[in-house]
Design a protein around this ligand. Structure first.
Ligand SMILES: Cc1cc2nc3c(=O)[nH]c(=O)nc-3n(C[C@H](O)[C@H](O)[C@H](O)COP(=O)(O)O)c2cc1C
Length: 185
C-alpha cells in the first residue's frame, strides 16, 4: 500500500512536516509513505497551465496518481488551511474531467502550537476535498495540539500517549485505504 503524504507548509522547521515524519514511523507494516515537499510548486495560474504544466507540479500529480491513498498534514492559518495546502490541492484538481485525486482515500492530520490543533483548518480542507470526491476518513481525527510541547528539537514525538494514538490512527487509515484497494480488485 503506497501513500503519498504532503504538508501544507514550506518551512524547514515545520511542525506539520515533523508530524508526517512521525506518521511514517508509526505506519503499520505494509504501508509505505512517500513524503512530497511542496517547495517549488508555483501559485496556480491557468495561463501557466496552458503554456505547459510546471515540472514540479507534474511530479506532484504523478506521485498522487501512483499512490493508493493520500495523507495531508494541514497547518492552520487564520482559522483555515494554509495557502500552500489550498494551492497544492488546486493544482491536483486539474484537469477537471479526471483530476488525480478523484476517488482516492485520504486522511488529514495537523499540528499547531495552540490548543485547537488545526481543527478548523482540517474541517475546511475536508470540505474542499469533498468537492473532488476525495474519500476522507472521518474518524478517528488526529489533532496535534500544543505541538511544541510534544515534539523535541528534531521533531520527534516525545509524548508516549500521542505516539501510541498516532499508531492507532495510521492503522485505521490503512484499514480505510484497504477498503478501496479491495473495491478495485
Ligand atoms: C499567518 C498565520 C496565521 C496563523 N493562524 C493560526 C490559527 O488561526 N490557528 C492556529 O492554531 N495557529 C495559527 N497560526 C500558527 C500556526 O499554527 C503555526 O505557525 C504553525 O507552526 C504553522 O505550521 P508549520 O509549523 O507546519 O509551518 C498562524 C500562523 C501564521 C503565520
Amino acid at each position: 500500500m503506497n501513500i503519498l503524504a504532503f504538508a501544507g507548509s514550506l518551512r524547514s522547521g515545520s511542525l506539520n512536516k515533523a508530524l508526517l515524519r512521525n506518521a511514517k514511523e508509526a505506519a503499520p507494516e505494509g504501508m509505505e509513505i512517500e513524503i512530497f515537499d511542496l517547495e517549488g510548486i508555483p501559485l496556480f495560474n491557468a495561463d501557466l497551465e496552458k503554456e505547459g504544466v510546471p515540472e514540479r507540479v507534474n511530479e506532484f500529480k504523478e506521485a498522487i496518481r501512483r499512490s493508493d491513498g493520500i495523507l495531508i498534514a494541514s497547518p492552520e492559518y487564520n482559522h483555515g488551511m494554509s495557502g500552500v495546502t489550498k494551492n497544492a490541492v488546486d493544482w491536483a484538481s486539474r484537469p477537471p474531467k479526471n483530476p488525480v485525486m478523484m476517488g482516492k482515500p485520504a486522511a488529514i492530520v495537523g499540528a499547531s502550537p495552540g490548543i485547537t490543533g488545526t481543527a478548523r483548518s482540517q474541517e475546511q480542507l475536508r470540505q474542499t476535498l469533498k468537492g473532488l470526491d476525495v474519500r476522507c476518513m472521518a474518524s478517528p481525527e488526529f489533532l496535534l495540539y500544543r505541538a511544541k510541547e510534544k515534539l523535541d528539537d528534531e521533531g520527534v514525538l516525545t509524548d508516549d500517549s500521542t505516539r501510541d494514538f498516532l499508531k492507532t490512527f495510521m492503522k485505521e487509515f490503512a484499514d480505510w485505504v484497504s477498503i478501496f484497494l479491495n473495491h478495485k480488485d
